[in-house]
Ligand binder design. Structure first.
Ligand code: F0G
Length: 482
């Protein structure tokens, strides 16, 4: 982020890069957007990207890479075993985190599979600040139970708390007393806590929690997928770390934990992942699963070209001008939405802006998936694709009853360095229009519901055909505008 004031006094997020390669976008007329949503079963995952104007589904694997990342891809060493690419990546990871061992895996959930396979036994609990969908699916697959112990403030939509992802120390203490150490598979802290709005975790909290883990012999695991955002917030929100380099901060974090894993679809702007540890016993236990599920130990299921891009991307994560771009754009988007009274999670977090669907669609009961209905309606109103992060993204209890999400969110992810400010303003404008017409949004019901990660493939239909009313009102208000 440029340390730069505008003469006008306006707060404008200023890019510290220029665009040198572009992809053409299409914006379909509202009637065609309505049909595309119907054909996608009211599930934004099932839209075809050719029908999408701005893809704000995720910041995963869709971030813009730098020229140096593309250049590095050309020097990839394609050997099955002992690839030079692996050693370059290993060195980059060691420079960034200072941990001894690296196990490559093809993406974040592959790391979660390996860690859960080794450490989760039936009936054991994983304590976490907050779950992530794939992490929870893997833990429960191996018979474990997930218990969330984030502080209460983290679950409030509006707050001025700067580290809403922190664990509540009393909840931690109570959980350890109740469960006993031997029944806790591990403790997991997720950086930039995704499902509560991309909220950061403080250094103080990570230290206090992992100190207790060390004392009690509980394995501590850090999901560093959203580390870049979390580093930015630590540096800009915690005065103690203001003058520390990003390398120093990430080394300090790594010193707290037994195991770190990450999705390089988020961290490092490439596509891949991996697990790090300095503990040989833990490394040894996990290592044998890499060739089984991923690939040989020097590529872990990844393309060597992506590994080269990842190595460069990880080093670039240590540059504040690189990692500040997303949070300042998220803040600008949040500001635009707030000007239109759209209810959002505050403070704005890292990976995107999160719309509070419970308030936006307060006329809809949770059984009718308000966050799912909201993101479907936003696509029809704008061609912008969001992701549902609410009850649809939960999995049912073993008895088949619905798990109602604590937060019903529509996530407008801001992929790194992808959109311009005018595009951000367009997206906010259309969401603002929908907010003024929110009563037109109706509920959804399943027509096809998979039992695992249902939000990926599930198909729904609208209750009462409300999509027709939204398209008609759009046409009436916007005339022949797209
Ligand atoms: N951990 C966190 C915090 C994540 O956000 C994700 C993915 C994963 C693990 C899994 O990584 O996709 O490489 O297997 N988040 C994506 C998202 C899917 O859209 O937020 P993966």
């Amino acid at each position: 982020m440029a340390n730069l004031k505008f003469y006008s006094g306006e707060q404008v997020p200023l890019e510290m890069h220029k665009v040198r390669m572009v992809q053409r976008l299409n914006l379909l007329p509202v009637e065609q957007r309505k049909t595309a949503m119907e054909e996608a079963g009211f599930n934004t995952f099932l839209l075809k990207n050719r029908d999408v104007f701005m893809d704000m589904l995720t910041d995963s694997g869709v971030n813009a890479m730098s020229e140096n990342q593309y250049a590095a891809m050309l020097q990839a060493d394609d050997s099955y075993a002992g690839s030079e690419t692996f050693y370059r990546l290993e060195k980059a990871l060691s420079d960034v985190f200072g941990m001894k061992y690296y196990l490559p895996a093809h993406q974040g959930r592959a790391c979660e599979n390996i860690i859960s396979n080794v450490f989760v036994k039936p009936g054991k609990t994983v304590l976490t600040n907050y779950h992530f969908t794939t992490a929870k699916a893997m833990i429960t697959l191996y018979g474990g139970v997930v218990e969330e112990i984030v502080k209460d403030e983290g679950l409030k939509i509006t707050s001025s708390d700067l580290f809403k992802g922190d664990i509540d120390m009393e909840k931690l203490d109570e959980a350890i007393k109740r469960l006993k150490e031997e029944n806790i598979a591990f403790l997991r802290i997720e950086s930039g806590t995704n499902l509560i709005g991309g909220q950061p975790v403080s250094m103080k909290n990570m230290k206090e929690v992992t100190d207790i883990c060390k004392k009690r012999g509980i394995i501590s695991v850090y999901d560093a997928s959203l580390l870049a955002d979390n580093l930015y917030f630590i540096k800009t929100r915690d005065p103690k770390y203001k003058d520390m380099s990003l390398e120093q901060i990430s080394h300090e974090i790594a010193g707290f934990f037994d195991i770190i894993y990450f999705s390089a679809r988020k961290l490092g702007c490439a596509r891949g992942g991996g697990i790090l540890t300095s503990n040989y016993d833990l490394y040894y236990k996990m290592r044998e699963l890499v060739p089984l599920y991923e690939g040989f130990i020097t590529y872990g299921g990844m393309s060597v070209r992506e590994m080269e891009a990842m190595a460069v991307g990880l080093r670039e994560t240590m540059d504040i001008d690189v990692i500040s771009q997303t949070p300042i754009f998220v803040e600008a988007l949040a500001h635009e939405l707030q000007k239109k009274n759209v209810p959002i999670v505050t403070p704005p977090g890292g990976l995107g802006c999160h719309i509070d669907a419970k308030t936006f669609c307060e006329h809809l009961p949770q059984e009718q998936y308000p966050a799912g209905a909201l993101v479907a309606a936003i696509y029809i109103a704008s061609g912008v694709r969001l992701m549902e992060r609410g009850t649809l993204s939960e999995q049912r209890n073993p008895d088949g009853s619905e798990v109602f999400a604590i937060m019903e969110l529509g996530r407008m992810a801001v992929p790194k360095r992808v959109f311009t400010l005018s595009q951000i303003k367009y997206a906010a404008d259309r969401v603002g229009w929908l907010y003024d017409n929110r009563k037109l949004i109706g509920g959804l019901k399943f027509v096809e519901e998979p039992s695992v990660l249902r939000f990926f493939f599930g198909r729904l239909e609208s209750i009462g055909g409300w999509q027709d009313k939204i398209a008609a009102k759009f046409r009436a208000d916007f005339g022949d505008s797209l």
